[in-house]
Every structure is written in C-alpha cells, then in structure tokens.
Design a protein around this ligand. Structure first.
Ligand code: GLU
Length: 238
C-alpha cells in the first residue's frame, strides 16, 4: 500500500501532484503515475522507478500546463501486490473514458474480472485495480449517472481500498472512497481548491481544513462542492 494524491484547483496541477508524490516517497514504491483531466481531454503519464522518471516524462512531453486549463488530477505511487512492477501495471488504470488510482487490495477481483470480460470489457494489466474502472464504466454505460455508478462499483468491492476516480463523463469531479486504506480530503488555502492525500505530508502548507476519512466514507468533489456519504469531522491545519 503506497500513496495517493489528488487535486482540484487553479494551481499547476502537475506540480502539485508531483510534489505530493515526492512527500509520499518515504513509504517506498516501485512505480508512479498521474492523470490530468481538462476540458474533455485526459493526459496520463506513468513511469517505473523514481518520481524523477515520471517528472522527466512530463517535462519531455512539453504539455503546457501553465497556459492550459488543467485543473483536476490524480496521482499514485504503487507498491505492487497483483502484477509485476511494470509501466503497464502502474496506476492510473483506465477504461474507455475513466481513470482510477487505488491503494490496497481488491480481494474479489478475479470473479469481477471474469464477469466484466464476459460483458465485453478488455483488460490490459495484471492488477486487481483495473476492475474498479471497468466496473464503473459497466454501470455508467447502463445508467449514465456517474455518482450512482461509483456507488454501485464500491458496493461490489471486497478488500481494502482507498480510491480516486475521474471520468470524462463528469469532467469537473473527483469521486473518492476510503475502506481499510488511509485517505484524507482537504480544502486548500485558496478558494475553490480541494486536495486528496493518503497521508497528511502532501497537505502540510497547502491545506486549511482536513477530514481524515473513516472507513466506508465515500463522496464527490468539485471545485464548488464537497459531498460526503456520511457526517465527517473537520480538523483545522496550522
Ligand atoms: N493492489 C494494487 C496493485 O497491485 C495497489 C497496490 C498499492 O496499494 O500500491 O496495483
């Protein structure tokens, strides 16, 4: 179980995610990745080994974050439990239009994978994580309702997980859940800014108020609203 970061806001989302992942490096990891969602487009970067490898790939891509509208992103450092530490197995994992990062283990992934394959979904990694994003799209294709699809997805999962999911079908939103792996949600110091992190190291200096999620709490975040599935307790950060 390694690290997760997420960001909604006006700052350079790439810098925020990379800095956040660096703050989580002390936990150890074998690969890292980020996904950025802007307008109706997604950029995804993954690298095996150090965060520097990931940062170099982003630099080489020459995407112009400063002048673009990138304002939502999720990032991950992986400690492989299912599947070798390869670029393909690094998170974020994706379906046709949605992206997910996950810490923990999905114990029933084999049966879910089989059901989804029977329903026509193709898998490209050996991870347990990939079922999450396909399950989400399986429900979304049917309902056209992202929040309902996310809730149906997490109701199916057995094991330990903290998850962030973004989707082109709802491009201003991060869906989140915590169950057995840590996850914190925080308001940033600037207006309309939300941070996610699996420990508070990436939040220090950036966040004003934080919720350390209890098990079973999920929710939906946009720049204007933060919704939790149950009551939460806020802590003010210095
Ligand atoms: N079980 C997932 C994987 O192997 C997540 C591991 C983690 O928590 O980093 O990809």
């Amino acid at each position: 179980m390694c690290g997760i970061v997420g960001y909604i806001g006006k700052q350079n989302v790439c810098d925020i995610l990379i800095n956040g992942l660096r703050e989580l490096e002390y936990r150890g990891y074998d690969s890292a990745g980020i996904a950025l969602l802007y307008d109706n487009d997604i950029e995804i970067f993954k690298a095996v080994g150090k965060i520097d490898n990931l940062a170099n790939k982003i630099d080489e891509s020459k995407i112009n974050i400063q002048n673009s509208k990138f304002n939502i992103g999720i990032g991950h450092t992986r400690w492989a439990t299912h599947g070798k530490p390869t670029k393909l197995n690094a998170h974020p994992h994706f379906g046709a239009y949605s992206y997910v990062v996950h810490n923990g283990i999905i114990e029933n992934y084999k049966e879910l994978k089989k059901e989804l394959e029977n329903a026509g979904h193709n898998f490209i990694s050996q991870t347990d994580t990939e079922v999450i994003v396909h399950l989400f799209e399986y429900y979304f294709n049917d309902t056209n309702d992202a929040k309902m699809s996310f809730n149906k997805t997490i109701a199916k999962l057995k094991g330990a997980y903290s998850i962030l999911l973004i989707t082109k079908s709802c491009p201003d939103t991060i869906f989140f859940v915590k169950h057995g792996s840590p996850m914190a949600v925080a308001y940033g110091k600037n207006k309309n800014e939300v941070f996610f992190a699996s420990s508070d190291a990436p939040l220090i200096g950036f966040a004003s108020k934080v919720v350390y999620l209890e098990d079973g709490i999920s929710g939906v975040a946009t720049k204007d609203s933060l919704e939790f599935s149950n009551e939460v307790k806020w802590t003010t950060l210095p």
